[in-house]
Structures are given as C-alpha cells and as structure tokens.
Design a protein around this ligand. Structure first.
Ligand SMILES: [Zn+2]
Length: 108
C-alpha cells in the first residue's frame, strides 16, 4: 500500500464515505489469501481513498481495544468496591450512632 490511508480503530463497519464494508481475500503475491476489509465503492474507484484494512490487523486492534476497556472496567469495579466499603463503614457508624442516641433517650 503506497497511499496514506486513514487509520481506523478496530473492526470497521462502514467506510468514511458512508458505504458498507465487504471482506475480500487478497490474491497478490505479497499477501496471498490474506483477508481484508474494503469499501464497496472503493473497489470500483481505486484511485479514491476509501477504507482498506487487513482483517488480522483489525482483529488485533479490536483485541487491544477490548483489553484497554477491560482494564478500565476493572479499575471502575475496584473503585466501586472501595466506595461500597466506605459506605458500609459509614452505615455501621450511623446505625450505632442512632442506637446510642435511642438508648440515651430511652434510659434517661
Ligand atoms: Zn468508501
């Protein structure tokens, strides 16, 4: 590929021109049987800059994206756990506080 193509993160679903994406199999000597995504329009208008992406590269991007997303989710869960723990502590203190307050009211 000689032209500078816009990079697309993950598995593409649509070209930037709005057309759908089709999966083809490369028949070149450099990349025999390698699958790629191509804009339907781009296949007819080869001189224009339409979406082209190797399927394996797209899969790799997608995995990297999922990995990053998972790391964020794990961090969020950890933060939620900390929040819950703090809330729990507060509830405990709160309940004891109320009981003490009630005891004082009833006993005095
Ligand atoms: Zn296109």
């Amino acid at each position: 590929m000689t032209s500078q193509r816009r990079t697309f993160d993950g598995i593409p679903s649509r070209c930037w021109c709005g057309k759908g994406i089709v999966t083809y199999v490369s028949k070149t000597d450099e990349n025999p049987y390698r699958r790629f995504y191509r804009c339907k329009l781009g296949l007819k208008r080869k001189k224009e800059d339409h979406l082209f992406k190797w399927v394996d590269e797209a899969m790799f991007d997608e995995l990297r994206r999922i990995d990053a997303q998972q790391a964020i989710t794990e961090e969020e869960i950890e933060n939620l756990k900390k929040c819950l723990k703090k809330a729990d502590e507060r509830v405990d203190v709160g309940c004891i506080g109320i009981i003490q307050w009630l005891f004082e009211r009833v006993c005095n």
